[in-house]
Ligand binder design. Structure first.
Ligand SMILES: [Zn+2]
Length: 307
């Protein structure tokens, strides 16, 4: 049986899998994303997973990519790979075909191949990680557009965004947004059990700490996730009104906080969508831990099949 390696490079973690064509995982590795020398790190991990049946390597990379030439054009969350010629570098190193795709597009493909998305032909997948990624499956195939829903403007004079704009959805619904809100509120002196972490150095707080505190009943943390749910709901309502998908599937590290934001999210969706469009849309969470890496590897099989 043939296998392929999939590499998902996110702002926080790198996940690598080796899979069969049906999406079944044979091996997996996860590491924090290093600040520099990412390529050397990846050489080592990919080499450790290489078997004689591997037919290629797929990459899902957070940022804007040139899929034809295999170049990362802009990756605000991972500056070390900006302008990196990933395809050329890895094809030369391993003498195997290499495919590159935006990480959220790869994730959407992973959902279609092996996740919640299997049952649907038209859906939008959102990854709630450091940033907010998005990809779409249209008529059963990956929609190869930018599909940067994270940079949809939802507040005209809103918060600054890493893209250089203001009021983007990602500035309200992402891991980074959660942390920035926490810091801003704690700097103002608001009460929270978050002050007990890292000896009171709240600049070190991560989104995971905030949702743990929220589950323990911390009011400040709970309000932050309610706000995230509200804005994400507005963004999803816009997607439904434009795209009319069968489902919206949420993945990424912050889905662990699902119960903290889903009520507000759904309330906004139903308030702001055309009823005949929203009544049949399912809003679901992922069952995959490595959806992006699975999708990246799946795209290798797709390329080899020529479909
Ligand atoms: Zn933006």
């Amino acid at each position: 049986m043939r296998s392929a390696i999939g590499v998902d490079i996110g702002g926080t973690n790198i996940k690598i899998v080796r899979i069969y064509e049906n999406g079944e995982i044979l091996e997996k590795v996860a590491e924090p994303t290093p600040l520099d020398n990412i390529t050397d790190k990846l050489f080592t991990i990919v080499k450790s997973l290489l078997m004689s049946d591997v037919i290629g390597i797929g990459f899902g990379i957070a940022g804007i990519i040139d899929r034809k030439n295999g170049v990362v054009l802009e990756s605000p969350n991972i500056p070390d790979i900006n302008n990196s010629h990933v395809k050329e570098i890895f094809e030369k190193k391993f003498s195997l075909p290499v495919v590159i795709e935006n990480d959220a597009n790869a994730y959407a493909y992973g959902e279609k191949l092996a996740g919640t998305g299997k049952e649907f032909n038209n859906f939008v997948a959102l990854t709630l990680g450091t940033g907010l990624g998005s990809g779409a499956i249209y008529k059963g195939e990956l929609f190869e557009g930018a599909f940067e829903i994270g940079h949809m403007v939802i507040e005209t004079d809103g918060r600054y965004c890493t893209c250089g704009g203001f009021g983007c959805l990602e500035s309200y619904a992402s891991g980074r947004a959660v942390v920035e809100q926490v810091i801003s509120l704690l700097e103002k002196g608001e009460k929270s059990i978050l002050r007990e972490y890292h000896n009171g150095n709240f600049y070190k707080i991560t989104p995971e700490i905030v949702y743990k505190a929220a589950f323990e009943g911390d009011t400040l943390s709970r309000n932050i996730f309610r706000e995230l749910g509200k804005y994400l709901g507005i963004g999803i309502a816009n997607i439904i009104n434009i795209f009319s998908p069968e489902a919206i599937i949420l993945g990424g590290g912050l889905v662990g906080a699902w119960d903290l934001f889903i009520e507000e999210l759904k309330a906004e969706v139903y308030k702001r969508t055309i009823k005949s469009l929203s009544s049949h849309v399912e809003i679901l969470k992922t069952i995959l831990e490595e959806g992006g890496a699975i999708g990246a590897a799946g795209l290798v099989f797709k390329k080899v099949r020529g479909s």
